[in-house]
Design a protein around this ligand. Structure first.
Ligand SMILES: C[S@@+](CC[C@H](N)C(=O)[O-])C[C@H]1O[C@@H](n2cnc3c(N)ncnc32)[C@H](O)[C@@H]1O
Length: 183
């Protein structure tokens, strides 16, 4: 998907996309930092959009690895399906249903989780359900990396994971944050 199409999708559904711009290269790289790609076989992505971060994950993922990418917009899911990588499972569903999709691929845990869900734009109870499902289905020692444009919902991750390290990514339009948690 082009930057222009993402902008149009953002304008149409700002309540769920939370932005009109997709993550730039520096932000995508920061979003997958701290992930151990030598051992990871199951990575779950929440709020994958058109797959801009997904493609960075796929570039580094083991040939036998899988990425389950959650996205609620049908158009954005179509863009991800067009990536055409057999390791990618597009979950056109809300991210709270992580367990169902892990079961479908026979995975006990997610080794790592990357999220760009705009929790500040969603109802708090839905946001907390998603973060709890992420924590409960993450392998002990796995990373939960969250992309954000503000620190408004940092308390969600502190409640679920305890310690949260926040890194500012200035080389993005607009400048963003990545919050790093570990189970
Ligand atoms: C800020 S955009 C990020 C898109 C892309 N990952 C990127 O970094 O540019 C957030 C995405 O989360 C999706 N989203 C919102 N609520 C969701 C939910 N409950 N489950 C899964 N995806 C959701 C939106 O449709 C949107 O595409």
């Amino acid at each position: 998907m082009s930057t222009l199409s993402f902008l149009l999708e953002g304008l149409r559904n700002i309540g769920t996309t939370g932005t009109i711009t997709r993550s730039g290269t520096a932000l995508c790289r920061a979003a997958i930092d701290r992930i151990d790609f030598t051992t990871a076989r199951t990575i779950v992505e929440l709020g994958a959009g058109d797959g801009v971060i997904t493609e960075h994950i796929l570039q580094r993922l083991h040939p036998e690895g899988r990425v389950i990418a959650f996205e609620v917009s049908e158009d954005l899911c179509d863009d991800m399906r067009a990536i055409g990588d057999p390791r990618l499972v597009v979950a056109q569903d809300s991210a709270e249903y992580i367990r169902t999709y892990l079961d479908q691929i026979g995975a006990e845990w997610a080794d790592h989780i990357v999220s760009a869900i705009p929790f500040a734009a969603l109802p708090q109870d839905l946001g907390e359900r998603i973060v709890t499902a992420a924590r409960d289905n993450l392998r002990t020692g796995g990373c939960y990396n969250q992309v954000h444009y503000s620190l408004k919902t940092k308390s969600y991750y502190e409640r679920a994971f305890g310690r949260v390290d926040a890194r500012r990514v200035y080389l993005n339009l607009p400048p963003a944050w990545v919050l790093y948690c570990r189970k």
